[in-house]
Design a protein around this ligand. Sequence first.
Ligand code: MN
Length: 253
Amino acid sequence: MPRILITNDDGVYSEGLRKLAAAVRPLGEVLIVAPDREQSAASHALTLNRPLRLLQLEENEWIVDGTPTDCVNLGVLKLMNEHRPDIIVSGINFGPNLGDDVTYSGTISAAFEGALLNIPSVAFSTLVGEHYSFDRCAAFAARLVTRLLEDKPNPRIILNVNFPVGEFAGVRVTKLGRRIYTEGIIERRDPRGRSYYWIGGGAPTWHPGQGTDFEAIENGFVSITPLHLDLTHHESIPRLKPLEEILGAPGKK
Ligand code: MN
C-alpha cells in the first residue's frame, strides 16, 4: 500500500486539504501533517529558533505549530521515518502559485522539501473565482497522484499544478510565466497615529507568454510545471568566469 503524506500552507482546517485528503485516501495510506494555522507565503522557512510541537488530532492527522517545511520534516523524519512516504502531496492551495510567485509559496516549498528528502512531491493550487471547485481539483489530483505512484518520477523534480476556475479545458505542461509588479506598499495609520504597512494588495497581472503556466490557466487548462531547486543561471557562468582572475588573484585589489 503506497504511503502518502499530505501537507499545505493554508492550515489543517482548510477545505483544499480536506478535499485533497479525501480524494487520495483510496490510493493508499494517508497521513496528514499540516500547520496549525495559515502559513501562506511562508516560503521555504524552517523553524530553528524555538521548539516545535507535534499534536495528534486524529489517527492519521497531526498538526505542527510551524511552517509547511517543518511539517514535511516532522512527517517524514519523525512520524514516517520507519516507512518513508512514496509521495508528498501539498495543497490544494486557496489561490494560484504561478510564475515568479513560486518562491513565496509555502505550498510549493513543502514539495521542494520533499525533493530534498528524495521523495516525489507535487503541489496543487487553484485559482479562486465564481465557479471554482475544490472537488473538481481534488478529483484531478487523485488521477495525477495515481499516475505518479505508478511512474516513480525523479524525486528531484517536483510538479507544480495550478487549476483554472471553471471546468477544465484540458491539461498543459508549462513553464513559469513572469509577473508584472504593479502594487507597492500600502501605508495606513493605527488608532494611535502610528504607521503600519501592507505589502502588495492588488491582483497580480502577468506578461503574456506562450507555453507559460499563466497562459494555460487563463485559457481554462490545468497547468503542470516541472520545477527543480537548481537556481543556477548556467548561461552566465562563462560570462562571469573572468571575475575569477580579476577578483580572485592573490594580492590584487
Ligand atoms: Mn496558501
